[in-house]
Design a protein around this ligand. Structure first.
Ligand code: HEM
Length: 249
């Protein structure tokens, strides 16, 4: 005689969840960490390009006041008469401002995301290279932003410059860094070194984000990031130091 055993359903019914948790919206590419890093890399590249051109333009002061003023005038009359006075420069300034804003937005949201990923602080804080870099990038970025405000009030609008607004760009530059105003040169010195440190790390991070830093190129790319930063720092500091030490009058 065979006995039949009632086994029931092969798969036990799974009770339906009381409420299905809503999935967070992905937020698209810009909402992702990678998207934000790409925003930082692209806007950073725009700013590096601006800095290289700005540094080269500043060096014109070594060729004399007229050469520097001609260059400043050329910037304002780019593509004239095709475009009205200062149009292209205004567009380029808008691109620069947009880059600064997007760069800061991406930096702040990445920092917040990193904070949320580790809401509980480590019990023991180990000093590490990463901590130093984070400080340099955050504190440096803020210092640079404050410096740019001072810098525009000084050399663009003449508000804090002895020559005021109704003067030529070369006169503002030479008066701004005259020997008695060594402290202004000191402010520029600190800010430009900050820019250099920020760039060295920023360029290197961008290279990694874009996936260019493989093993064989690692050293070369890291050294190139340091070289670009050093050239910019020296090139930017040359005019203020030359004026303060009386080499350019
Ligand atoms: C330390 C050396 C520097 C010198 C001597 C210098 C000089 C100048 C001068 C003379 C102008 C006015 C140009 C004009 O009126 O045509 C200017 C504008 C400007 N500079 Fe600098 N600069 C220096 C460093 C920097 C740095 C490190 C930054 C950014 C981090 C910067 C950002 C700007 C910006 C955003 C403008 C306004 C550009 C525009 O609206 O056309 N500068 N600079």
């Amino acid at each position: 005689m065979t006995a039949t055993i009632e086994r029931g359903a092969a798969t036990a019914p799974v009770p339906a969840p009381k409420s299905t948790p809503k999935r967070k919206k992905a937020g698209g590419f810009l909402g992702s960490s990678n998207g934000k890093k790409v925003v930082m890399a692209v806007t950073g590249a725009v700013m590096v390009l601006f800095l290289v051109l700005h540094m080269l333009g500043n060096l014109k002061i070594f060729l004399g006041k007229d050469s520097f003023n001609d260059y400043a005038h050329a910037l304002r009359t780019l593509l004239e008469p095709l475009l009205p006075y200062r149009t292209l420069l205004t567009i380029l300034e808008a691109v620069l401002v947009a880059s600064v804003v997007l760069h800061m937005w991406a930096a702040i949201s990445l920092a917040r995301r990193a904070g949320k990923a580790r809401p509980v602080k480590y019990v023991a804080k180990k000093p590490q290279a990463n901590g130093y870099t984070t400080h340099i990038m955050r504190f440096g970025g803020l210092t640079i932003a404050l410096f740019v405000v001072w810098h525009l009030l000084d050399l663009t609008f003449g508000v804090v410059n002895p020559k005021g607004f109704d003067s030529s760009p070369a006169d503002r530059m030479i008066a701004g860094f005259e020997p008695s105003r060594w402290w202004v040169t000191l402010i520029y010195f600190v800010a430009v070194v900050m820019v250099g440190l920020h760039l060295r790390h920023g360029i290197w991070s961008a290279v990694q984000t874009l996936g260019w830093a493989n093993r064989s190129r690692y050293r070369v790319l890291k050294a190139s990031a340091a070289l670009v930063s050093a050239v910019l720092v020296i090139g930017f500091l040359a005019p203020p130091l030359a004026i303060t030490f009386g080499v350019v009058k």
